[in-house]
Ligand binder design. Sequence first.
Ligand SMILES: [Zn+2]
Length: 219
Amino acid sequence: MTLIAAAGGADTEDDSNLFSLTPGERDARLYSVRRDTFGPTLDCVVACPACGESLEFTADIAALVPEHGTAYAADTSPATLADDGYQVTVRPPTLGDVEELASLGGQALIDRCVLHADHNGEAILPAEFPPHLVTAIDERLSAADPAAVTEMTIVCPACSLSWTQVFDITGFLWAEVSARAERVLLEVHVLAREYGWSESEILALSTAKREKYLELVRG
Ligand SMILES: [Zn+2]
């Protein structure tokens, strides 16, 4: 949310519009921020779960997440599932739900997102849902917010294992921004010491100019 707000993807004065986003809407915006900040190619490193081989590859955002971008919107309208005498109305979770229930676990999330549930006309609780109904709800909510989970199919060249890897844009982008922030801090430190400029003077320089001065300093 901090990254989306900082990139101008939301009104920073009002968090409520961020909390009303679905996880997929958040990720679609994060992919957009990533593309505009560091480019469309993701440099990935993953260890093969079978043989431990370290695999390095690139992934293109547009190919990986067709729904990326700020125009993506999940289908947030309530959906009713009727199955085997069960009738359940659910809505997709929002970031506000996830935020408030982070410590309470998955059952609490489904409690929040089920608007109505009955079995042959008698009200029931989500905890009483049979597994097939939980699966059906899960599938319905996934279809309503397809950008919520990004998956990659990876084949290990060493042992030929093929597996599905979930890609976490939140953690990936946060790590990139942290690394960039540390680098900029170091650059400010070097230039401030060399030229006596203030932090704001150094940050006002274009990246190209800053790099040119750093080259001069480093000889
Ligand atoms: Zn392997």
